[in-house]
Design a protein around this ligand. Structure first.
Ligand code: IMP
Length: 423
C-alpha cells in the first residue's frame, strides 16, 4: 500500500492542519515527519478552533492512529500542554497516539540556546519561534541529542546533565542578555517527561512497514513550508528540518518508491512570518486587507504575518522540488473584493527576466514581474460547489493550473471543515 504525502508549498501557515483533518477519514494512520512545536496547525469544526503543535492533525478522528515520527523534535512541556488541551475529547492517547523512539527531545536549555543565539544576531536574526528547534536539530546532527527511546534507559539523566552543562557553557559564550530560572524549567520538564512516558513508544519505521504490508492507508503530514526547508528554502532564513517531500522518507523511514500522491497546499496569496526575503511582499492597503481578512497571525507565536501577492516563481519551484501531484488552494475567500489581482510570473533578477527561483532572492537582486487578473466580489464562504464560484475565480484557478501543470483538487473558502470545495 502506498503512502500519500501532504506539505506546505510556501513559507508555512498554508492551512495544512485543516486539510489533514478533512482528508483523515480516508486514512488509517496520520504521521508527522518533521519539525516540532514551532508549527501551529489550526483546525476548526463545530464552531471551535483547535491549534496543534506536535500532535498530528488526525487526532480528532476516532478511527485514525496518529504517529509522531522520528524526524520530529518533541518538547515534553509543550506536548503535555497539548494533551491537556484535548482532555475534554476523551481520546485514548495510549492507543491512538504513538511516538517514535527515534524522535529527539527538546530540552529546556535548547530553548535558552535558541534565545541566546537569536539575541546575539541582532538585526540578522532569523525570527525563530524560539522553541529550541535549531539547537535540537544541531544536537541531532552533531550526534549529541537525547531521543525518546533514551527515556527507557537507566542512564538518560546522566546524559541529560552532561548535555545541559555543555549548553550552559554555550549560553555563556553568547554573552546575550537572557533571563531564566533553570531549576523551575527543569521541574516542569521532568514532570512533563513523566506524562510523555505514559504514551506508547514504538519503532515507528517497522510499524509503518508492517502497516504498508497489511494494506493500511498512511498520510504523511508535513509542517512549515518548502521555502523554509533547510536545503531548498531561503537560507539562512529557514527552519532546521527537511520540510520538502524527501523529509517524509528520512522522517518516517518510508521508501521513496512507496510515495504515491503528493498533496501541495498553498494560499491564494503569500505570507511569511519571521525574517527573510519575500519578493511579492506588500506594504500597502492590499497587504493590510489580506492580513486583516485572512486573520494572518501566527498560531504559535501570535506574530502578524507579512502578506503579498501569489508568487508563482516560488510556487513552481516548490511544486518541482516536491513532485506535487495534486494542489490545494487555501483562503480563496480572502481575495474577494479586489478589483484587480496580481500574480508574480517572473522575476527581474539583477536586471534580467528569469522564471526560475534563483540562489538569492534578496530585495536588492529581485523585483517581481506581475500578470494582472480581474478580481471577484462575491462572498465565497457559504459556497460548497465549484459551479457556485465566480467566473473570475475560476479563471484565476485555471491560470494557476496551466502555469503549474498540476490540478487544483481542493479550494478552501473558509477555516471550517465544511468550507471546502472538492473538484
Ligand atoms: P524556527 O524553526 O522556530 O527556528 O524558525 C525559523 C523560521 O521559520 C522563522 O522565520 C519562523 O518564523 C519560521 N517558522 C517556523 N515554523 C513555522 C511555521 O510553522 N509556520 C510559519 N513559519 C514558521
Amino acid at each position: 500500500m502506498a503512502v500519500d504525502l501532504l506539505l506546505g508549498l510556501q513559507w508555512g501557515d498554508e492551512g495544512k492542519g485543516k486539510i489533514v483533518d478533512v482528508l483523515t477519514k480516508d486514512y488509517d494512520i496520520i504521521a508527522r515527519f518533521q519539525g516540532g512545536p514551532n508549527a501551529g496547525h489550526t483546525l476548526e469544526f463545530d464552531g471551535i478552533k483547535h491549534v496543534l503543535h506536535t500532535i498530528p492533525s488526525g487526532i480528532f478522528h476516532e478511527d485514525a492512529i496518529n504517529l509522531v515520527g522520528n524526524g520530529v523534535v518533541i518538547d515534553p512541556v509543550i506536548f503535555k500542554r497539548e494533551l491537556n488541551n484535548l482532555e475534554q475529547y476523551n481520546i485514548d492517547f495510549k492507543e491512538k497516539l504513538l511516538i517514535s523512539r527515534k524522535a529527539h527531545l527538546i530540552l529546556p536549555t535548547h530553548r535558552l540556546l535558541d534565545a541566546a543565539s537569536e539575541a546575539s544576531k541582532g538585526k540578522a536574526k532569523i525570527g525563530s519561534t524560539l522553541k529550541g528547534i535549531g539547537p535540537t536539530y544541531m544536537d541531532k546532527t552533531g550526534r549529541n541529542g537525547i531521543r525518546v527511546g533514551d527515556l527507557e534507559l537507566d542512564d538518560w539523566k546522566e546524559r541529560y546533565n552532561s548535555l545541559r552543562d555543555k549548553h550552559l557553557a554555550m549560553i555563556d559564550f553568547y554573552n546575550a542578555e537572557i533571563e531564566y530560572d533553570l531549576t523551575e524549567l527543569e521541574v516542569e520538564f521532568f514532570k512533563s517527561v513523566e506524562t510523555l512516558k505514559t504514551l506508547t513508544f514504538i519503532d515507528s519505521e517497522e510499524y509503518l512497514h508492517q502497516a504498508q504490508r497489511t494494506g493500511k492507508t498512511i498520510l504523511a503530514e508535513g509542517a512549515q513550508g518548502s521555502l523554509l526547508d533547510i536545503d531548498f528554502g531561503t537560507y539562512p532564513y529557514v527552519t532546521s528540518s527537511t520540510t520538502t517531500a524527501a523529509g517524509a522518507c528520512t522522517g518516517l523511514g518510508v521508501a521513496p518508491t512507496k510515495i504515491k500522491e503528493v498533496f501541495g497546499i498553498f494560499k491564494a496569496y503569500t505570507t511569511r512570518v519571521g525574517s527573510g526575503p519575500f519578493p511579492t511582499e506588500l506594504f500597502d492597503e492590499a497587504g493590510e486587507i489580506m492580513g486583516r481578512v485572512g486573520n494572518e497571525f501566527g498560531a504559535t507565536t501570535g506574530r502578524p504575518h507579512r502578506c503579498g501577492w501569489l508568487d508563482l516563481v516560488a510556487l513552481k519551484y516548490a511544486v518541482h522540488v516536491n513532485g506535487v501531484t495534486q494542489l490545494m488552494m487555501m483562503k480563496g475567500d480572502v481575495l474577494s473584493g479586489f478589483d484587480t489581482l496580481k500574480v508574480c510570473t517572473a522575476y527581474k533578477y539583477k536586471g534580467e527576466r528569469i522564471e526560475h527561483f534563483p540562489y538569492n532572492i534578496e530585495a536588492e537582486n529581485v523585483e517581481p514581474v506581475y500578470t494582472e487578473m480581474k478580481g471577484w466580489k462575491a462572498d465565497l464562504t457559504k459556497m460548497t460547489k465549484e459551479s457556485e464560484l465566480p467566473q473570475e475565480m475560476l479563471d484565476y484557478i485555471h491560470f494557476l493550473e496551466k502555469e503549474l501543470e498540476v490540478p487544483i483538487k481542493i479550494v478552501s473558502v473558509g477555516p471550517d471543515r465544511k468550507q471546502t470545495i472538492l473538484r
